[in-house]
Design a protein around this ligand. Structure first.
Ligand SMILES: Nc1nc2c(ncn2[C@@H]2O[C@H](COP(=O)(O)OP(=O)(O)OP(=O)(O)O)[C@@H](O)[C@H]2O)c(=O)[nH]1
Length: 365
């Protein structure tokens, strides 16, 4: 299955929320024409169906209208005679009330207040007073989201420098280990040699999980005794990657935000140590974020930018969450490159971020 098909299929919680929200925004319109009175209920009770037929002849069925010959337009466009034209699409005049509904819906879909306001204002431009249908509104929103996301959709840059050092940061459980595993196997498949360092030395489970991913990807995973200094592991991993001429060194790190000062010192020490071997390292510092945390992802970016020199984002778990809109808020607020998104737990469930595909899938187009 292509990644686009997966994205469409698995982003459904977010897209159906937004798609249904937009349908609702348009249907909030007061109808111009009062609705026709409801037809009178059928006189015969339902149980009459089971009663024996009365002896009298049933009333004659109304005569079928004479077969109408289609008009010129009907014949031109192949419309069959007698077939009713589709009911007109509901439309709503774009006014302040509709913009307010749209803004509320976007906030509820995790785009955040500032981004929702900006997106709404841009959609309003040149459309005020026009009667808009839900598909038109969806297209306008998708175009606006694509515009915001195009500025940040950038695959992980690869440099000729060997080894290219990729430091991976993020809170526990955000998907760092899984992302490293998926990226490592994709780089391997592209013919690159990779070394992984299991830098969260305090969590035995995290180290084991990384070893499993390493085995799957055919990539060596360097580990250190539990609780030992991650910076000394990073030094050894750097030495091995240099000795083997590896293309990439990916370093996993701890994500304990409970003690920020410790974590900051730990990350700073890793960076100091690898810079002794290569002053230009790390070449990328990837922050991994979990989409299911919604607006919390924004404060994680703020925190980690203080702890490390974050160069790009990876957003995981876009499958199974209705909070995918937070990616738009992140792009709009920070402008950091979004390198990849994850939509599942398998190796090929991570791919480069494509602004257009994402915008269309998110809006349900
Ligand atoms: N559904 C889904 N699950 C994911 C995705 N990425 C990671 N996961 C799952 O999220 C859980 C946490 O992922 P990890 O990779 O262990 O996260 P971590 O940041 O390394 O966390 P620690 O090991 O606790 O430091 C695991 O069960 C993963 O299988 C994704 O894109 N979609």
């Amino acid at each position: 299955m292509s990644f686009l098909s997966k994205l469409r299929e698995r982003l459904t919680k977010s897209s159906s929320r937004i798609s249904a929200g937009l349908d609702e925004v348009v249907s909030e319109a007061r109808p111009d024409i009062p609705p026709a009175p409801a037809p009178a209920p059928l006189a015969a009770p339902a149980r009459a169906m089971a009663e024996p037929s009365p002896p009298a002849a049933p009333p004659a069925a109304p005569a079928a209208p004479p077969a109408a010959r289609p008009g010129l337009m009907g014949r031109l466009f192949g419309r069959e005679p007698g077939r009713e034209a589709a009911p007109p699409e509901p439309r709503r005049e774009l006014d302040d009330a509709m913009l307010e509904d749209l803004e509320d819906m976007l906030i509820a879909a995790d785009l955040g207040t500032d981004t929702a306001l900006r997106v709404t204002a841009n959609i309003a431009e040149g459309r005020m007073g026009r009667r808009i249908s839900a598909p038109e509104l969806k297209q306008a929103l998708a175009d606006e989201i694509e515009r915001i996301m195009s500025a940040v959709a950038r695959p992980l840059p690869l440099y000729p420098k060997k080894p290219q050092v990729v430091l991976v940061v993020g809170v526990n459980g955000s998907g760092k280990t899984t992302t490293i595993g998926k990226l490592a196997s994709q780089f391997r498949a592209a013919g690159k040699s990779v070394v992984i360092a299991a830098g969260d030395t305090f969590r035995a489970a995290a180290v084991e999980q990384l070893q499993v991913w390493g085995q799957r990807a055919g990539v060596p995973v360097m580990v250190a005794p539990q609780g030992s200094d991650p910076a000394s592991l990073a030094w050894d991993a750097m030495a091995r990657a240099e000795a083997e001429g590896a293309d990439l060194l990916m370093i996993d790190t701890a994500g304990r935000l409970q003690n920020r000062a410790d974590l900051m010192e730990e990350l700073a020490k890793i960076v100091r140590v690898i810079r002794k071997k290569d002053p230009s390292a790390p070449h990328n510092t990837l922050l991994v974020l979990d989409a299911t945390t919604g607006q919390n992802a924004l404060s994680q970016v703020e925190t980690f930018r203080k702890l490390a020199d974050v160069s790009g984002l990876v957003m995981t778990k876009l499958d199974g969450t209705a909070r995918g809109g937070v990616l738009v808020a992140l792009a709009d607020r920070f402008g950091l490159p979004i390198h990849a998104i994850g939509v599942g737990e398998q190796i090929d469930d991570l791919d480069a971020f494509d602004a257009r595909e994402f915008a269309q899938a998110l809006v349900g187009l």
